[in-house]
Write a protein of this length. Sequence first.
Length: 413
Amino acid sequence: MPVSELLERFLRYVQIDTQSDEHSSTAPSTAKQLDLSRLLEQECRDMGLVDVATGAGGVVTATVPSNVGPQAPAIVWCAHIDTSPEFSGTNVKPVVHQPYNGEDIVLPGAPERIIRVEDNPALKGLVGGTVVTSDGTTLLGSDDKSGVAVIMSAAARLMQSPDIPHGPVRLCFTCDEEIGRGVDHVDIPGLNAVCGYTLDGAGTGDVDAETFSADVAIVTVEGINTHPSVGKGVMVNAIRIMADFLAQLPVEELSPETTDGRDGFLHPYQVEAGVARATARIILRDFETAKLGEYAALLESIADGLRKKHPLAGIKVEIRKQYRNMRDGMEREPRALPLALEAVRRAGMEPVQSIVRGGTDGSVLTERGLPTPNLSTGEHNPHSPLEWTSLEEMQAAENVLIQLAMLWGEETA
């Protein structure tokens, strides 16, 4: 498939607002995600895929039929359609920089926002290629519409090229991955596959077989409000207590600002506060799942100290499980990782087996029995208006998928 068609797909998808909402209890969390679900369903039908459906929670599934007979096992290609709640995804105006000149990129809708080469060294290798950004007023949505576009283009290529031998490939597009609910409505037994691959990674050539394990803590302080003129001995200010709680979190260690590699952290990312009630959300992350219990105990110890100091306040720490390190379930399908590495080689790159300081739908799919490594798809600066992607990196990801389909076509179930 010509590269221009891949770009056209990507630009079409990112202009559809699919931002998810962690405060919503619906599935999907925002109805607008279904706009892209419906489009993908129709495009899958138009290209001749089989078993096409939009199921519960807006999950779209379809199958590229095998052309090597029934012996080849099915695999899954998965990407999420929602974008992060951390920055607006409404009215995205993608900007195509072609050919990219190697210089810092000033975003035209917000000139104070600049994608600097010094901070994005991957740009140095993309001079003369095609770089896509937003105009700076929104996210671009490359996380994970790069993955969606790559999967759709690879599926179209297989359907248009009967000379490429491959087994069955299940496409799976999820909603609400950014708020930890991406796999809630995926029918894993119905996929009937031996393993999966998420397309939700940076750059080119990376194969991720480890992610963080993750929980979220919701800290709630119940205070007592009264008119400040008669507050003495009566008022219990939840804002002040929450500020004290947050001030006791580690900063010089165990924070995103001071950790990298395999270090874990606690990260307060949202606070809502009034005198009568204050809440904070804190994400807990580590590659060793047992550490999450230690982080939760630290939060509880801070809360306990504040309970003694403020006996009239109600202080609660609730821990909610999110996802677990995919490393722990890879042994269920020992071919999943080696074949991914070989597919990268056959696509002309040297693979890098890397770790993800975050999570993917593959973390939960693996925990639920479908080993699912993560592959590069050209994402950079996710969750930020400085987000960008490279068309050439997306094309490389498409080539990896084609090689992967061919390699699994040589295997037996």
